[in-house]
Structures are given as structure tokens and as C-alpha cells.
Design a protein around this ligand. Structure first.
Ligand SMILES: Nc1ncnc2c1ncn2[C@@H]1O[C@H](COP(=O)(O)OP(=O)(O)OP(=O)(O)O)[C@@H](O)[C@H]1O
Length: 604
């Protein structure tokens, strides 16, 4: 769809704050008309010798109102209307932006160029729109003022307005050109700014500060931040200097034209070719034209610049690259699911290599699968694809024989629960932290307690001062921070709350103590009964729980089988398993517990 910013912005403001928006626009028009009226009144007032005193009084009052009182009062009204428009539209725009970013495809968000756009757009609030609108309005009003005042001036001295208008053209052209350059620089600078902001966040964030302080990296990062900021400011300043020198030269031409015009006008008055009233009026007219020209030139450049920002925002809002844009053809797949990966490959947007390559396997309903492999072998990526968060670059995922792309993801996900490796820590109450797993269960206390019991979170929740209503996150008033393991148990409870038929656990025990870990796997085993479960874990002892183990290596599925079978094959799995078992064997050889099943059992 073609983006027409002016129409879009007009419709947007009209929908979100029609009355103040209309009043704001009309007030500006009235203000422009008053400038011409005041000039005519001034001329008659100055040339008014011989007129009756009551006419002079009315002329004075009229002039005072049109030149001073009304323009100032209208200015105050415009500010009030503007404030009302900004306030009402801000919420609307933020809501639209949040709605859109919640639907954009995850892969898109991985793209660094797209991140620049997102950061520019989310920073832009509705004041960008209102600035754009006001700049457009100011351009129109300046033109109206110049034309109306110019028309009055032409009636005294016809050639002067033409000279003045011609003299302004070079500066106008330069401003338009620089507005485009400014926008390009703004986008180029956005990556530098994002980096500087990142360093600033690291240096003020509680979590990162802890580590930075102990490893004394703060100074180094301060340096980095300074360098980024410095580079940003230097480029900005250099650009500004260049721009101002060009504009200055253009403006000099305009001022020269005004000075020459004044010279001739004074000469004509002295020669008796025109009246003093006309001269006075002309001086005021030139003054108004100068002011309006300045405003026109400035706002023409601003319109160009703001329009590009507004277009970026509209482009973001009209982006159709969202998760399942067309809902009409989608099928509702019914649980339970049989899932098949058929020659699935996947590459991240900024990456040259495949994170997954030609992966084929099936998960039948009721099966328990373990996914193992070294760091970076593609386990989490496979889970992203399984959940429909990313789409395969090649190959296809079938759910009950239907390509996942054709299934309604909302319906599919109703039956899926997942505990992510990089789970979220919501700075909300415990109740919400668990309840976000399944909103309908959020108000049902017994269900929350059951999930907390299953994940092992119940014990520490009972010790929190406000139990399930405890605010989490130390940055909040009365907020309590949890340990890494406690956060993980809360995330597990969130996953357990959801009544799903497909359970996905990505490294669920990374932060847990050995006893809690054993308990999680025991619970997981029980919960997975009659369901389909996919477990990603580096604790290979836990893989013995699975009916089948999938082994990934550098994005490829290299082995499939059960624990005993894969050990016999002496392949990748056996290598990983024995190297992990080595630790415990050494322990036994040094006089530890003499139990030959201990390695497999210790995690169960
Ligand atoms: N957002 C991303 N953008 C680009 N490449 C990525 C991204 N996330 C992961 N990768 C790359 O994809 C490959 C697979 O990563 P993945 O996270 O799936 O591995 P993993 O097996 O889950 O690793 P781990 O055991 O460390 O959790 C890695 O080479 C990684 O560098």
C-alpha cells in the first residue's frame, strides 16, 4: 500500500482527537488572515490625517486587535489544543505500535537493520506526527501570510515582492536538499546511538554492574560509551555546521534583496511618489514577509525530515510481515498431535550458515523425546521452529499431516506448553508470574498452588511475606528478588499451569540444585504421562527418561535411538555421555559412592 503521510496523519488525528485537532488547525488559518488585515488598518491609520476622530479610534482598536491581541490569544489557544491532541493521540499511537510489534515475525526481529527501524519508531511518539502536521500547517500558513501580505505590498510597490520571492529560492532549494541528507544521517547514526545506549544500560543495570565491577571492566566500557557518543556528536555537529553555513549564505541573499527594496521605497517616499502610510505599512509588510519566509524555509526542511520519520512509522504499522497475516485459510488442528519435521533447514537472517540443516524426524503422540547435542548444535532453534516462532528456510513441519504454516498457530499453541532456557522474569506478583502460563487459571488459587507444587516453587513461595501476592523484582517498591533457581522454578510452574498435550522443556534445570533437579525430572516424567514431551538437556542422565533421543551436531540430526542403543553405537551420544560420566567415575575411583548405576541415576 502506498504511504500517504499527510492523509494518514490527518485521519489518525481526526480519529483520536477530532475536536481539538480541528480547532488547532482552524485557529492557525485565522491567525494568517489577521496579518493582512492589520497592514491595511495600519496604512489607513498612518495616512488618517483629516479623518474623523471616531474613525481613528476604531482604526486604532482594529489595528491593536489584529496585530497584537488576537494573534497572541490565538497562540495560547493553539498551544492548549496542541497539548490536548498530543495527549489523546499518544496513547493511541503507542497502542498501535505495541500491537504491531507483538505480531511481527520473530525472524524479522532478529534482523539488525530491522532493529534500527524498531528502535527509531518506538522512540518516535505522537509528537513526531503532530510536529509534522504543524510543520505542514505552518508551511501553508506562511505561504498564505506571504501571499496576502505580498498582495497588500504589491498594491503600493508591485516589483518588490517579486524580487524578495526570487531571492529566497536558493535557500529553499538548499533546505529541501539538506532535509533528505539529515534523514539519511539520522538512520546511519541510529546504529551508533543504539550501541551507545546499550553501553549506558550495561553501566546502569544492576545485573551487569555486579559482574563489571568485580572484573573491573567498567572503565573500559565507559571508554566505549564515550567513544560512541563522541563519534555520534562529532558527525552531528559537522553536519550542522555545514548546513548552517549553506543556509547562512542563502539567507544573506534574501537580506540583501530586502535592503535594496527598502532603499528604493524610501527614495520613492522622498520623491513624493508614495505616502508615508504606504511606506510604514510596507516596512511592516516586509517584516512580516521576512518572518514568514524564515518560518516557511525552516518548516519546508522540517516537513521533509519529519515526513521521512512519519513514513518510517507508517511503514512499520503497515508492515504485513507478521505472524499469519491472512487468517481465513488457516486450519484448526486438533490435539493430540503427531508432528513431522521433513528436511527442515533454518538460517537466521543475519547469518551465513545454517543453524539447522535437513532435519527429518517424527514425534508421535504420547512419545517422550530428548534432544541433546553440544552448545550451538541447534536445539533451541529446533524448538523455535516447532513452536512456529520461526519458519523453516527449507523443508516443512507437519502437524497431523497439515503444514504448520497452514495451521492456526493460536489454536495449535493452546495445546502446547513450554519452559524456555532464557525464560522471562516478570516483575509482577508471583500469582501473575505463574498465571501468565494460562490466563484462565490465573484467578484459580488451587491450580496455581498445584503448578507451584509440581515445579518445587511452593516451598519458597510459602516463605515470601505476601505469598502469591508478593511483588517480584527488587527494583520495585516492596519487591523481592528471587534466586536464579527460584526464578526457574517459577517459570516451570508457569509452564505446568497450562493444560497442554505437548510439553516442551528447554534446559529446565540449569539453575537448580541437585535435589531440585531430581525432583523436576521426576515431576516432568509424571506430567508427561499420556502426553507428548520434548526435553532439551545437557544433563544426559535425564535423556534416559526418553523413549527416543535425537542427537544434533552442528545443525544436523546425526543419531536417533534410545539410551542403551546409542551407547552401543559408540557415536556422538556415547561420546557426550561418557565424557560427562567421567567426572563421577573419577569420584568413585577416588573412594566415592560405589554404585555402577549412579551416573545415569544421579539426575533422575
Ligand atoms: N538470534 C540468532 N541470530 C543468529 N544466529 C543465531 C541466533 N540464535 C542462535 N544462533 C546460531 O544458531 C546456532 C544454533 O543455536 P541454538 O541456540 O539453536 O543452539 P543450542 O543447541 O540450543 O545451544 P545451547 O546448548 O548453547 O543452548 C548457533 O550457531 C548460534 O550461533
Amino acid at each position: 500500500m502506498k504511504r500517504r503521510p499527510l492523509v494518514w496523519v490527518f485521519k489518525f488525528f481526526f480519529a483520536s482527537s477530532s475536536l481539538p485537532f480541528v480547532w488547532m488547525s482552524l485557529s492557525g488559518l485565522v491567525q494568517a488572515g489577521l496579518a493582512a488585515v492589520s497592514l491595511l488598518l495600519l496604512r489607513d491609520l498612518v495616512d488618517g490625517r483629516g479623518q474623523s476622530s471616531s474613525t481613528l479610534v476604531w482604526l486604532s482598536v482594529g489595528y491593536l486587535l489584529s496585530a497584537l491581541v488576537l494573534p497572541n490569544a490565538i497562540n495560547i489557544l493553539i498551544q492548549m489544543f496542541r497539548e490536548a491532541v498530543v495527549r489523546r493521540s499518544q496513547q493511541d499511537l503507542t497502542w498501535k505500535l505495541m500491537q504491531k510489534s507483538a505480531r511481527i515475525r520473530m525472524d524479522r526481529l532478529e534482523d539488525s537493520n530491522y532493529q534500527d527501524v524498531v528502535s527509531a519508531v518506538t522512540k518516535a511518539d505522537s509528537s513526531v506526527m503532530i510536529n509534522y502536521w504543524q510543520c505542514v500547517q505552518e508551511v501553508i500558513l506562511s505561504v498564505l501570510r506571504i501571499v496576502s501580505v505580498g498582495a497588500v505590498l504589491t498594491s503600493f510597490y508591485w516589483g518588490i515582492p517579486l524580487v524578495v520571492f526570487a531571492s529566497v529560492l536558493p535557500e529553499l532549494w538548499m533546505r529541501l536538499r539538506f532535509a533528505k541528507l539529515q534523514h539519511r544521517m539520522h538512520l546511519d547514526q541510529s546504529a551508533v546511538e543504539r550501541r551507545a545506549t546499550y553501553f549506558a544500560e550495561l553501566l546502569t543495570n544492576r545485573e551487569s554492574l555486579k559482574e563489571l565491577r568485580t572484573s573491573a571492566v567498567e572503565k573500559f566500557l565507559f571508554g566505549k560509551w564515550w567513544a560512541q557518543k563522541d563519534s555520534y556528536d562529532r558527525k552531528d555537529l559537522a553536519f550542522d555546521r555545514k548546513r548552517q553555513s549553506y543556509f547562512g549564505a542563502g539567507h544573506l541573499l534574501f537580506l540583501t534583496a530586502i535592503t535594496i527594496s527598502m532603499y528604493f521605497m524610501v527614495k520613492w517616499v522622498m520623491g513624493g511618489q508614495t505616502s508615508v502610510g504606504a511606506l510604514t505599512s510596507a516596512i511592516f509588510a516586509l517584516n512580516t514577509i521576512m518572518g514568514s519566509m524564515g518560518s516557511l524555509l525552516y518548516n519546508v526542511g522540517q516537513v521533509q525530515h519529519q515526513q521521512l520519520l512519519v513514513e518510517t512509522t507508517i511503514g512499520f504499522l503497515q508492515d504485513t510481515d507478521v505472524e499469519q497475516p491472512d487468517m481465513s485459510d488457516l486450519q484448526d488442528v486438533e490435539a493430540p498431535f503427531d508432528i513431522r519435521f521433513e528436511g527442515v533447514s533454518f538460517k537466521y537472517p543475519d547469518s551465513d550458515s545454517y543453524a539447522l540443516q535437513d532435519v527429518t524426524f517424527t514425534i508421535s503422540h504420547g512419545e517422550r523425546l530428548a534432544l541433546v547435542g553440544a552448545n550451538g548444535s541447534g536445539k533451541s532453534t529446533l524448538i523455535r521452529l516447532l513452536l512456529g516462532l520461526s519458519r523453516p528456510t527449507a523443508g516443512c513441519i507437519y502437524v497431523n499431516g497439515v503444514p504448520l504454516d497452514n495451521c492456526s498457530l493460536a489454536k495449535y499453541r493452546e495445546h502446547v506448553t513450554v519452559a524456555f532456557q532464557d525464560f522471562a522474569q516478570y516483575h509482577r506478583t508471583v500469582r501473575e508470574n505463574i498465571g501468565f502460563g494460562h490466563l484462565p487459571s490465573l484467578p484459580v488459587q488451587p491450580l496455581l498452588e498445584q503448578a507451584a507444587e509440581q515445579s518445587g516453587a511452593a516451598e519458597f513461595i510459602s516463605r515470601l511475606p505476601q505469598g502469591y501476592d508478593q511483588q517480584l523484582g527488587a527494583a520495585y517498591h516492596n519487591g523481592v528478588d528471587l534466586s536464579g533457581g527460584q526464578w526457574q522454578k517459577t517459570a516451570m510452574a508457569r509452564a505446568y499451569l497450562r493444560p497442554a498435550t505437548l510439553l516442551v522443556m528447554d534446559e529446565p534445570t540449569a539453575s537448580l540444585d541437585p535435589l531440585a533437579e531430581v525432583e523436576v525430572y521426576r515431576q516432568f516424567s509424571e506430567l508427561a504421562e499420556g502426553k507428548t514431551a520434548l526435553l532439551v538437556s545437557h544433563r544426559l542422565g535425564s535423556a534416559t527418561l526418553a523413549d527416543r533421543i535425537l542427537v544434533l551436531k552442528q545443525g544436523k540430526l546425526v543419531e536417533v535411538g534410545n539410551h542403551q542403543g546409542l551407547l552401543r553405537e559408540s557415536g556422538e551420544y556415547a561420546k557426550l555421555f561418557t565424557s560427562q560420566a567421567q567426572w563421577y567415575r573419577q569420584d568413585e575411583e577416588q573412594g566415592g559412592v560405589q554404585d555402577e548405576h549412579r551416573v545415569a541415576d544421579v539426575h533422575l
